[in-house]
Design a protein. Structure first.
Length: 346
């Protein structure tokens, strides 16, 4: 007889990932009301977001929002150093939850050495020390004691507060913000594996022990990417994400092979998607020889809300999948082992 998801959580969630996930909306709401102390300053060529892993994923959300609604170019960099085109006329927002992510620190140091301005976001570490000693830069604090992926509400909310404060993105009205928070809070209750509507667990059970494909339109690609990362890290399972329409011009051939490797498909969609893109995803849904197909309409009155909806759903689905696989959703042993290896290399 299968154990209930609640009993699995009691025996496997040894580090409180479920409780941290339940705090997501509170974390986000607190960060959205943050007084950054920054003054309006939109006289930039663009904004470059530095960050890796759970610390870096929010930058992809910010880029999507700017692409659709902003007047300034946003770019994302997840590597050592900086892109060759970068110059001091580009503001850098560098996020490292620990403050010690070596790739991000490397980019921050290169930017400061070249006369750039950096707004850091971290819970401490080297980045705080570096930026506190630079007159033209600042480091905004994050609450410590979590994994970066569970601090997504803090991170995304702080990045939004920064961009609203300096005027590179328009801040929604307080009424619209509170309305959005209320709807996401209601959705969060439904996603929860305890007292929810069971959808997160049902989806996880249907994709258990399968190669998972996540398909989305471009406006949800940041959320699809994070969904993939959450399955990788929380569930210790492989998944891949693909963007429509681009994947229709190449990757789709492999999906329609006689023996496609991917046996479970999750389609993310939302209001406002180009009608031709919707038609492409619907055709795939109807014609693929895959039995496990889930189509999720990401709800919300704005692109920001739809992205947050998708991100938080991915939290609970990946946790459910971890528990069903017999995995502690907080465990990430290979990452610190690799960091320990790298620390011994000069």
């Amino acid at each position: 007889m299968d154990k209930s998801i609640q009993s699995l959580a009691e025996s496997l969630d040894l580090d409180g990932m479920c409780d941290l996930t339940r705090r997501f909306i509170d974390d986000l709401e607190t960060a959205l009301s943050l007084d950054t102390g920054l003054e309006s300053d939109s006289d930039w060529t663009g904004v470059l977001f530095l960050g890796m892993g759970g610390s870096g994923s929010a930058g992809r959300f910010m880029k999507t929002i700017s692409d659709e609604e902003g007047g300034l170019q946003f770019a994302v960099w997840s590597d050592y150093g900086l892109p060759s085109w970068w110059g001091p006329d580009w503001l850098i927002i560098a996020t490292s939850y620990s403050g010690n992510t070596e790739e991000t620190i490397d980019g921050v140091m290169q930017a400061l050495d070249s006369g750039g301005t950096v707004i850091g976001i971290s819970s401490g570490g080297k980045m705080s020390e570096i930026l506190e000693g630079n007159d033209d830069s600042i480091c905004l604090p994050l609450p410590a004691g979590q994994m970066p992926r569970s601090a997504f509400g803090h991170i995304l909310g702080t990045q939004l507060s920064v961009c609203w404060s300096i005027g590179v993105l328009a801040r929604p009205s307080e009424a619209n913000l509170q309305s959005m928070i209320g709807r996401i809070r209601e959705a969060s209750t439904k996603f929860d594996i305890t007292g929810g509507d069971g959808m997160s667990e049902a989806l996880a059970r249907n994709i258990l022990d399968m190669d998972i494909g996540i398909v989305s339109p471009r406006v949800l690609n940041a959320a699809a990417y994070r969904f993939t990362c959450q399955i990788n890290e929380n569930s210790e399972a492989f998944a891949k994400h693909s963007e429509v329409p681009e994947m229709n011009h190449n990757e789709i051939v492999a999906w329609f092979s006689e023996s496609p490797r991917i046996r479970a498909l999750v389609i993310l969609t939302c209001d406002g998607v180009h009608e031709r893109t919707n038609s492409r995803m619907q055709w795939m849904e109807e014609n693929l020889n895959i039995n496990n197909v889930w189509k999720i309409h990401c709800q919300g009155n704005s692109l920001l809300e739809r992205l947050i909806y998708a991100a938080h759903l991915s939290d609970w689905v990946s946790i459910s999948l971890a528990l069903l696989r017999g995995v502690n959703p907080t465990s990430m042993d290979p990452i610190p082992r690799l960091k320990e290896h790298l620390s011994g290399i000069q």
